[in-house]
Design a binder for this molecule. Structure first.
Ligand SMILES: NC(=O)c1ccc[n+]([C@@H]2O[C@H](COP(=O)([O-])OP(=O)(O)OC[C@H]3O[C@@H](n4cnc5c(N)ncnc54)[C@H](O)[C@@H]3O)[C@@H](O)[C@H]2O)c1
Length: 268
């Protein structure tokens, strides 16, 4: 199962530190023979350790705030120049809610924070695909993946407005995915991932309870960041060419459970 991505060129958004899902994905993409550009917001580049990953994976870093069309245009142009052609895969691994950060209740948000949150977490995906689409930057049979969470479908109170942002993100994947499929034979999917101990994940109130509950509910246990990276690689590879417009649950079975023995035991 080596060289699944040999000859493929990509862009990976969102590796902040070694816990990040995007970090693990970059490591695995490199192992599978891909060449790629790493990108993150300028502020995150100052805080994080992306240089280490870039060195390890022989990647170049191009800063971009994913909410800025200008930054995205610069990123896509420079990436094609550096990689010597069009792009085969893109990972959008970006999420942020100011209401969560500032501990505002879902029932009492600051709407400027709400707007910032959906711009970063959902509309940035539309902006990214807009730039890729109009620059005709994707190769035929390429693959675009964003990361979601099942609070888009079901109520998880502490997930706050990120639930709405994820529902928005999943809808954008389907809607833009249609045009990418029709015009470029490019697939667009979201992966709905288990709770994962990363900077974004642990920022959610009650995360420890959240992740422990999901572990007990899932017949296979929670999917780790590394498991998610493996799944993402499969979606970038030629083995999944006809998978598109999907929200794909990667959660050890959690999404189809009602209750498990382990959870029942707590109530008996
Ligand atoms: N951790 C979880 O429990 C979990 C579960 C399901 C889905 N997800 C999703 O996975 C994705 C990756 O998150 P993670 O868990 O690896 O956490 P993370 O904190 O490591 O990554 C989030 C990334 O978003 C980047 N980002 C924020 N604002 C940005 C902007 N304006 N422009 C560009 N980048 C920006 C951050 O710099 C960071 O690198 C997110 O979409 C998150 O919602 C996470």
């Amino acid at each position: 199962m080596q060289n699944l991505l040999k000859g493929k060129k990509g862009i990976i958004f969102g590796a902040l530190n070694e816990n990040s899902i995007a970090w693990k994905t970059a490591e695995k993409a490199f192992e599978q023979g891909a060449e790629f550009v790493l990108t993150n917001a300028p502020a995150a580049l100052r805080m994080g350790q992306l240089d280490v990953l870039a060195k390890q994976t022989k990647a170049t870093i191009i800063p971009a705030d994913a909410t800025s069309i200008e930054d995205l245009e610069n990123l896509i142009d420079k990436s094609m120049e550096l990689l010597g052609g069009k792009i085969d895969f893109v990972m959008h691994s970006i999420g942020m809610s100011v209401n969560v950060r500032k501990k505002r209740d879902y029932t009492d948000p600051n709407y400027d924070f709400t707007t910032k949150g959906w711009d970063v977490s959902a509309v940035s995906f539309h902006k990214l695909m807009n730039v890729l689409y109009h620059k005709k930057a994707m190769n035929n049979w390429g693959s675009i993946v964003a990361l979601s969470y099942m609070a888009a479908q079901r109520v998880f109170p502490d997930y706050n407005d990120m639930a709405d942002n994820k529902a928005f993100l999943e809808s954008i994947a389907r809607s833009f995915g249609y045009y990418f499929g029709r015009d470029f034979k490019v697939r667009v999917n979201t992966i709905s991932q288990s709770p994962t101990p990363t900077t974004a994940g642990t920022g959610v109130k009650g995360f420890d309870g959240f992740i422990a509950y999901a572990e007990k509910m899932s017949p296979l246990g929670n999917a780790s960041a590394s498991d998610c990276a493996d799944y993402t690689i499969s979606l970038f590879s030629d083995l999944t060419k006809k998978v598109t417009l999907q929200n794909l649950y990667h959660d050890g079975g959690f999404s189809n459970m009602g209750v498990s023995d382990a959870v029942m035991q707590k109530f008996e």
